[in-house]
Write a protein that binds this ligand. Structure first.
Ligand code: ANZ
Ligand code: ZN
Length: 833
């Protein structure tokens, strides 16, 4: 990164332009033209919605923004050139913790920090020349936006999809707030790094689990247009398991019997269940524990509360637990099985209790070994007996000691058979279990959309009437008022929290939780189609016109939650009859990361790269071009390996073409055939490359076209040939996707009015795409036996047939059996005999 911006030289061949001056020149012109307003394409143009994940307003834009915006803009700008009516909006995901923490530090209201940053970022986006429709700008922290977030919450609640329950939640003792599972990273708070503990709280949830199966099924339609890895992550997160619920009777110390249900994916191993394990932190454990074991359970629990789910499920962790002092009856063998509590069983998965089959589940076996519990093999896999080896066998085999299953060896049949029997006896049922949990959406923080509920001693939970929305955040709190005090800072804001009950008029209190910011971002893409709409969250007619989103571009860090929640919201809105599609994002592209010297940029490593500095040094276009040219969009970009100085040089070369053209503007129908062919082939190929998201190759092809044009000017047909104009104009249009300032400057020098961005894609002449022929070489045993003149697009099969029929090849094969024919159409056939 030692390049400097080339100093302008005055000799004609080395003529250059000043990137900063060109930026300043075109920005006001573009502002006036307002060329990217959705709906501005000619009547009848097909509509396409290009969406990039909206930013969080933390400081100024950084290299990551610059990358995603450059890539995303290639698509949006290409669509405009192709004549589509494009919706490419921008807004801010402007609620959230960082603004609140900054406000506490600086004794401000979070809005001060938030809106100042938004202005900074907006200015940078404009300078970066992303083709946004600025008239659609929205901020999720505006009351005009969050009134509808609240409205949606109330509609969800009416449908039974928003509810409150008491449950153990992740608690950050430092931020004094509840964390969603995904905010806990290796047992630490994602934001501050403090060790996360558990705490019981009454929380709001969205019932995503009602949609688990549909979230899974509808992914089939995305198979070709979403990255496989994102679909896999979503599938895994939803985590569908087929199995059974099996009921066990437990004889309590009190003499009563309590039925406990377990979830198992292997009901066929029920004859091998030799003990039961209950999640130590489940209420069930405390309910059934024998009095003499209650103290042991309580002290064990102390340690459990500190462990994370990931630790708890780790197979290599020494097993720990407490005997609960009661026994359960195995419903098929009638045996009494001891009941234990342990942390390797999770309270909120399945039923929070398992039947342990130590012979065929390693964690159960480790537990059995640690506490001397019985092990019984019920599937003989042909491997050594786990009763002796303490290595659980999990594969297929023949059932043994398993009553009616004995002798069977088909697992699926075995599972079916046991479920049948359990159902007949009323001891269980086949079931499907999901790993997906309901979405914990309430936060005990200030800077979010208040939950529009009022709690009344007489009426209970009362919804804020629609005509009283939004429930506005108080604007008189700042600094220390916002410090978490175990509950929401809003709970302490007396004049805000105390209200009259909308139902009975008696004294009541507002719900003081705010919503997870993922709620805000689960529907913003719908708001963009009609951001000023006041009759509902969005104009249904406008949504029908524009949606679903044709192309969504953003980071893979949102592969699970944001996308899952947006898909959930979309399905609910569909069920409410407000929209007629079930998936919000037809296609998804995840860009890689911008790293530096092999590592993620970070303050502590001191390897951060400042975007503003890069732009000052190399210009917007060179930075954008570098981002796009770096490699396939999905790959990481190591900025240390990039050459923005090289991009500057290339852009100058391209720009110089526009000054060399001497013919006047007008349709080109003749001229140097070789150059015309290159131009048309380039345009044609680029069309396909963009569809395939191979934007880096688009840049490479543009560079080749620049070289070919330069050659034609200097040592070919000369600058007056119409083919040179055609080529230079094609370069300007290609560059308008990546380097808009240079492209506009070229366009002007070529004698056109702005803006090149809406010039329209040149019509490709198919007659200029056919190459006459290419030479294919045919080798037999490594020796060239024939050269064939074939069409460049010949199929592998046709080429092979031609080769095998060639007399020279036939002679060389000499009737020997052909072992292998390797065909690389259109250039090579290799025959091995
Ligand atoms: C008996 C059994 C025998 C099991 C066997 C497995 C193998 P997935 O596939 O992830 O759904 N399990 C059930 N609830 C659990 C909980 N709350 N905490 C920890 N483990 C739990 O896993 C389901 C299997 O995980 C269930 O099937 C149960 O163990 C365990 F040879 O039951 B199995
Ligand atoms: Zn009331």
């Amino acid at each position: 990164m030692s390049e400097q911006t080339p100093v302008a030289e005055q000799s004609n061949a080395e003529q250059t332009y000043d990137a900063a001056a060109v930026q300043e020149k075109w920005r006001p012109v573009w502002d006036r033209l307002d060329s990217f307003r959705a709906g501005s394409a000619p009547e009848g143009a097909e509509k396409r919605y290009a969406l990039t994940m909206f930013p969080y307003p933390s400081g100024d834009l950084h290299m990551g923004h610059a990358e995603v915006m450059a890539l995303h803009d290639v698509i949006a700008r290409y669509w405009w050139q192709r004549g589509y009516d494009v919706l490419n909006p921008i807004g801010w995901d402007s609620f959230g913790l960082p603004a609140e923490n900054a406000a506490i530090r600086n004794d401000e209201h979070p809005s001060t920090y938030t809106y100042a940053n938004i202005e900074t970022q907006a200015e940078s986006f404009r300078r970066y020349a992303v083709s946004f429709d600025w008239s659609r700008r929205l901020h999720t922290s505006d009351p005009e936006y969050y009134t509808w977030t609240q409205w949606l919450f109330l509609r969800f609640r009416e449908r039974g999809l928003a509810y409150r329950k008491n449950s153990p939640v992740n608690w950050c003792p430092n931020d004094q707030t509840v964390l969603a599972n995904e905010q806990v990273v290796q047992g630490m708070c994602e934001r501050c790094g403090a060790e996360v503990t558990k705490r019981e709280l009454n929380q709001w949830y969205f019932k995503v689990t009602d949609y688990a199966q549909r979230l899974l099924d509808d992914m089939d339609a995305l198979a070709d247009t979403w990255p496989d890895r994102v679909l896999a992550m979503q599938r895994n997160w939803i985590g569908r398991s087929e199995g059974a619920h099996v009921d066990f009777d437990i004889a309590l110390s009190s003499g009563e019997t309590r039925t406990v249900t377990v979830f198992t994916t292997r009901p066929d191993t029920l004859y091998g269940a030799t003990f039961m394990v209950v999640a130590a932190d489940a209420k069930l454990a405390a309910d059934i524990v024998a009095p003499e074991q209650a103290d042991a359970l309580a002290s064990y629990l102390e340690g459990v509360r500190k462990a994370t789910d990931i630790d708890r499920l780790a197979t290599d962790r020494p097993k720990s637990g407490v005997d609960l002092g009661v026994t359960a009856t195995n419903p098929v063998t009638g045996e009494q099985m001891p009941v234990w509590a342990s942390d390797y069983v999770l309270a909120d998965y399945g039923t929070g209790a398992i039947m342990a089959v130590p012979a065929h589940d390693q964690r159960d076996l480790d537990f059995a070994k640690a506490f001397g519990l019985p092990v019984r093999r019920v599937v003989d896999t042909g491997e050594d007996n786990p009763e002796e080896t303490y290595v659980a066998t999990t594969g297929d085999g023949t059932y043994v000691s398993s009553g009616p299953l004995d002798g069977m060896s088909d697992k699926v049949a075995g599972i079916g058979r046991i479920i049948e029997q359990l159902e007949a006896d009323g001891r269980g049922t086949g079931t499907v279990n999901f790993r997906l949990r309901d979405w914990l959406l309430s936060r005990q923080r200030f800077w979010g959309a208040p939950i529009p509920i009022i709690h009344c001693a007489d009426c209970g939970e009362v919804a804020v009437p629609d005509d009283q929305l939004p429930v506005r955040l108080p604007d008189n709190l700042k600094g220390a008022d916002l410090k978490p005090k175990g509950t929401s800072p809003l709970a302490a804001a007396e004049d805000w929290v105390n209200v009259d009950c909308p139902q009975c008029g008696g004294p009541a209190k507002r719900d003081s939780d705010t919503m997870d910011t993922f709620v805000d971002s689960s529907w913003y893409f719908l708001r963009y189609v009609s951001p000023e709409y006041t009759q509902g969250p969005f104009d249904e007619e406008a949504v029908r016109e524009w949606m679903p989103v044709a192309q969504y571009v953003g980071g893979v860090e949102h592969a699970i939650l944001h996308l899952l929640y947006s898909r959930f919201f979309t399905k609910v809105l569909h069920d409410m009859g407000m929209i007629d599609f079930v998936e919000p994002f037809t296609a998804l592209l995840n860009q890689g990361q911008v790293i530096n010297q092999g590592k993620a940029m970070s303050k502590s490593l001191g390897n951060g790269v400042n975007l503003g500095e890069m732009i000052d040094r190399f210009g917007v276009d060179a930075v954008r071009l570098t981002m796009v040219f770096a490699g396939p969009p999905e790959d990481d970009i190591d900025w240390a390996d990039m050459s923005p100085g090289g991009a500057v040089k290339f852009l100058q070369r391209a720009w110089r073409l526009s000054g060399d053209v001497t013919s006047s503007p007008g349709a080109v129908e003749s001229g140097d055939l070789a150059l015309r062919r290159v131009t048309h082939k380039t345009l044609h190929e680029v069309e396909q490359l963009i569809e395939a998201h191979r934007f880096n190759v688009v840049v490479a092809r543009t560079m080749e076209l620049v070289n070919a044009t330069r050659k034609a000017i200097d040592s070919g047909c000369g600058p007056a040939d119409p083919a040179v104009r055609e080529a230079a104009e094609a370069v300007a249009i290609l560059l308008s996707l990546v380097a808009p300032y240079t492209a506009e400057e070229m366009w002007e020098r070529l004698g056109h009015e702005p803006t090149v961005a809406r010039a329209g894609w040149p019509v490709v002449d198919p007659a200029l795409l056919v190459e006459d022929s290419v030479t294919a070489v045919v080798q037999v045993q490594g020796k060239v036996r024939a050269r064939l003149e074939v069409a460049p697009d010949i199929s592998e099969a046709d080429l092979e047939a031609l080769a095998m029929a060639d007399p020279g090849v036939v002679r060389a094969i000499d009737a020997k059996p052909v072992r292998k024919v390797i065909v690389r159409a259109p250039k090579l056939v290799n025959v091995v005999v």
